[in-house]
Design a protein around this ligand. Sequence first.
Ligand code: SF4
Length: 367
Amino acid sequence: MTTDDTAPRSLLDLTFAELEREFVTAGLPPRHAQSFWRVLHHGLCQDFSAAVDFPPPLRRWVAEQVGEGRRFFVEALTAMTDIASGDGQTRKFLLHLADGQSVETVVMGFKNRHTACLSTQVGCAMGCVFCATGQMGFVRHLRPGEIVAQVRHAQRALRADGDEGLRNLVLMGMGEPLHNYDAVMTALETISDRRGLNLGPSRITISTVGVVPGILRLAAEQRPYRLAVSLHGATEQERSALVPASQRWPLAELMAACRTYFTKTGRRIFFEWTLIAGTNDSPAQAKRLAGLLIGLDAHVNLIPLNPTGGFTGIATPSTPVRAFQKTLQLAGIPSTVRQRRGIDVAAGCGQLRSTRLRAERLPSVTV
Ligand code: SF4
């Protein structure tokens, strides 16, 4: 792949170190990078023409380098759709990207305790059968700036409502984060930077369907984020029926990678289990799941299925959910049943975009 060095670059694609290098090259003192970064990321600034507090050399750099037809621009995502659930606890945005694609960002929670669920790709190559994003196929990776811009959009929306902003982030929206590893790590470096958006690494969860090389890389690089692994099946056959990626990274290989991750980082791993009635919700399957997790610091999140148009399965009712959880508990595995939020706003990842694509007949590409 070739990159065009003359093409305008999103300032949100730059880490602090890259911005600092830009400033040094331009002959500006490195401390100006701090001021600029703070206004850009902490202040969520979109238009620098009003940044009158900048010292003259920095104002000149901004005037020469940032804006339409110049070297840098500030990414802004506009909401094509912005809907709130009836209970007011979920707000879902379908955000428009510069090339006409769109991604979903969801904000969930109560006052001052909000979590944003971010997308990392347009579509997804992993093809999980119950997932609306998997059903639409892979279109492209997001750039770091497009991931950072989702956080800015969510923060702005919360601040406009008088809220302090986000507390937690989960990378569980459209796309497989570890399939877009470098862009995701660059974005998270910016998002967790204390001088800017300042969302601490322990408040950021990367959710993977089981991309083994990515898990091993997280461990080798000692990345400080929380890891969630979607299992959904505790035998190879049951899992690959729901998660085709299991054929590429078989269950045994995935669990070995989780053990390596735990040995190297000492960190708890969260395991996601979407409960589908009559498919993966029996006490016997709970026992097999518990067997897989022996020796790990594991926590299981049980998530009754969010319905999607392209999958006929239905959510496990509450009585078998409790029985499944009880079986895990007896085996010493802690678990939480996650509330299904925002079904009335199609909060399962990819649902809003699929609906819009169907309505507009926009092309979706599978590679
Ligand atoms: S569940 Fe996640 S990994 Fe699986 S297809 Fe959907 S977006 Fe991709």
